[in-house]
Write a protein that binds this ligand. Structure first.
Ligand SMILES: Cc1cc2nc3c(=O)[nH]c(=O)nc-3n(C[C@H](O)[C@H](O)[C@H](O)COP(=O)(O)O)c2cc1C
Length: 210
């Protein structure tokens, strides 16, 4: 049996990878954190990106001020420079990581608003996050809020046609601290390793099938 790497859907879109490692390196985009630079959710995101860079990936991070966009308005086609950068990066990405704080049982408004901008990719040949693995991380001041936020984030990623990695990570920021890019909890460090491995594996397998 031959498996086609590119499939034409009923709407005429051809599903093919956004990047097939033109320069031999997967492109991975990280989005997340809070308005505060170096928030725990941002540090967890950067810890996975650092591992991916070590493994040969080309990474971009969109955190704090870089995702503080005006409220997404589908009726207004004006887009700020920062939002256009994010959209171009996601278009070219082989994989994505999203890291959210847990705010009142879900994602932060700032991060959800940034993800709403991916609506502008709806009519692309590869819409939204289609075909891309997405590492999901949530950090909150307690386990209940973290687990709820992770679940909510994975639902949003599914709605955007992304493939959440089997491992999602929850950080309880009341007990778990980061310093200089390293988490004090060895178990979380191992989870960050696993998420990086899963993103590399999925990206490489996807590129090989292109
Ligand atoms: C608006 C807002 C709502 C929050 N809601 C909750 C909550 O419901 N439960 C909780 O455990 N923590 C809550 N927190 C705390 C954050 O989850 C916590 O600070 C988390 O570690 C995010 O931190 P970071 O900025 O270091 O990523 C809230 C914080 C803010 C600012």
């Amino acid at each position: 049996m031959t498996i086609a790497a590119n499939v034409t859907e009923s709407n005429g879109h051809t599903f093919s990878p956004a990047s097939s490692f033109g320069n031999g390196r997967p492109r991975i985009v990280g989005i997340g954190g809070t308005t505060r630079a170096n928030s725990s959710s941002e540090q967890a995101l950067r810890a996975v990106l650092t591992r991916l860079e070590r493994a040969g990936a080309q990474c971009d991070a969109y955190c704090a001020d870089n995702i503080k966009f005006p409220m997404y308005d589908p009726q207004d086609e004006t887009r700020c420079e920062a939002a256009l950068h994010l959209l171009e990066s996601v278009r070219a990405a082989d994989a994505v990581i999203v890291s959210t704080p847990g705010y009142h049982g879900g994602l932060s408004g700032m991060l959800k608003n940034a993800l709403d901008y991916l609506q502008d990719l709806a009519d692309d040949d590869v819409p939204y996050l289609q075909g891309r693995a997405v590492g999901c991380i949530a950090s909150a001041y307690g386990w209940q809020a973290g687990v709820l936020a992770l679940s909510s984030l994975r639902t949003t990623v599914h709605a955007l046609r992304g493939w959440p990695t089997p491992l999602g990570i929850v950080i309880n920021s009341s007990t778990t601290k980061f310093q200089d890019g390293t988490c004090a909890d060895a178990k979380i460090e191992r989870q960050l390793d696993s998420m990086a491995n899963q993103l590399m594996w999925f990206s490489t397998t996807r590129a090989a099938a292109a």
